[in-house]
Design a protein around this ligand. Structure first.
Ligand code: BV8
Ligand code: ZN
Length: 249
């Protein structure tokens, strides 16, 4: 993999990094992406499932879908790309990982400074009293989990289309994008907003934008450098370059 001299020298000195990730970073762990050929959206329309009205119309179908995704996520593990970002966090003074993924794999890989823009499939709460519900079971008998204190409908703690992002999380992501010297966008098609606006925010603040993807995307014409390849191969290479060059004064 060849990288520019600009990126080579940045990897040697950079101390402030912000990373945006999408479903592509979890593909090598076995999580289906959204827009890929056998992606989630090839079978189901986002508006059919990932929005509040669809949930109120048919909570059973929506819970069947999220439970299917939870079961997949419970039987897989983070890959080399997730681990590389956990290592990157240790190598630089200022680091922020902004993810669109709800699969909890960054946390399981050991990343700490994570901003979950679209929530986390491992959490759920009551739509009536807001009480968070622990270890939700979706069974043949109980197809729609109910709140133990008010019997209200329980929903996954994820952001659905048409819903605003969690309080303060997007603001913190904008701040991190504004402050960073190097912005990495990894495994995202950059079509869902406001997440897809973050690389542009960083670019407008003078950061160097590097895209890692198996193909060009909506923002390839905006970024400074696109590294075409699998995140699980490209990111570990970038980390080994940093480890080799940063120790050599
Ligand atoms: C909102 C959680 C206020 C649930 C998700 C401005 C312009 C246009 C539209 C809008 C706009 N502002 C708001 C909207 C509406 C909407 C939107 O963006 N629509 C899109 C479709 C046009 N946004 C919203 O509704 C947001 N809320 O804005 O609220 C508001 C409301 C209304 C109107 C105005 C303001 C909320 C959006 C969040 C929705 N929830 N997920 C769940 O997961 O079930 S979005 C979900 O889809 C993901 O979280 C992610 O964000 C997105 C999927 O994108 P990616 O992760 O990038 O995945 P994708 O499959 O597309 O791409 C994978 C990439 O990886 C590919 O490029 C592939 O080549 C690459 N790849 C594959 N393998 C690898 C790889 N790369 C590297 N290595 C590999 N091995
Ligand atoms: Zn309740």
């Amino acid at each position: 993999m060849t990288i520019s001299n600009r990126l080579q020298s940045l990897l040697k000195h950079v101390e402030s990094v912000c990373v945006l990730t999408g479903a592509g970073i979890s593909a090598e762990s076995g999580v289906a992406t959204f827009r890929g050929v056998d992606g989630l959206w090839s079978k189901l329309k986002p508006e059919e499932l990932a929005n509040f009205n669809a949930f109120m119309r048919n909570p059973e179908l929506v819970w069947e879908w999220y439970d299917y995704r939870r079961k997949i996520i419970h039987n897989i593990k983070p890959n080399a790309a997730h681990e590389a970002l956990a290592r990157l966090e240790e190598l630089v003074k200022e680091f922020t990982l902004v993810t669109q993924n709800i699969d909890n794999l960054h946390r399981r890989a050991g990343s700490k400074r994570i901003l979950e823009l679209h929530g986390n499939i491992e959490r759920s709460y009551c739509i009536e009293c807001g009480k968070f519900a622990e270890n939700i079971e979706v069974t043949k008998e109980k197809k729609v989990p109910r709140c133990i204190s008010c019997n209200g409908l329980i929903r996954p703690d994820v952001v659905w289309f048409g819903e605003i992002l969690p309080e303060g999380v997007f603001e913190a992501a904008i701040e991190a994008a504004r402050r960073c010297e190097l912005f990495l966008t990894v495994g995202t098609s950059a079509v869902v907003y406001p997440a897809a606006g973050l690389p542009i925010t960083a670019k407008n603040q003078g950061a160097y934008i590097v895209e890692v993807n198996t193909e060009r995307t909506e923002i390839s014409h905006i970024v400074n450098e696109t590294l075409i390849g699998k995140a699980g191969e490209v990111l570990p290479c970038l980390i080994s370059i940093m480890e080799e060059t940063r120790n050599k004064k």
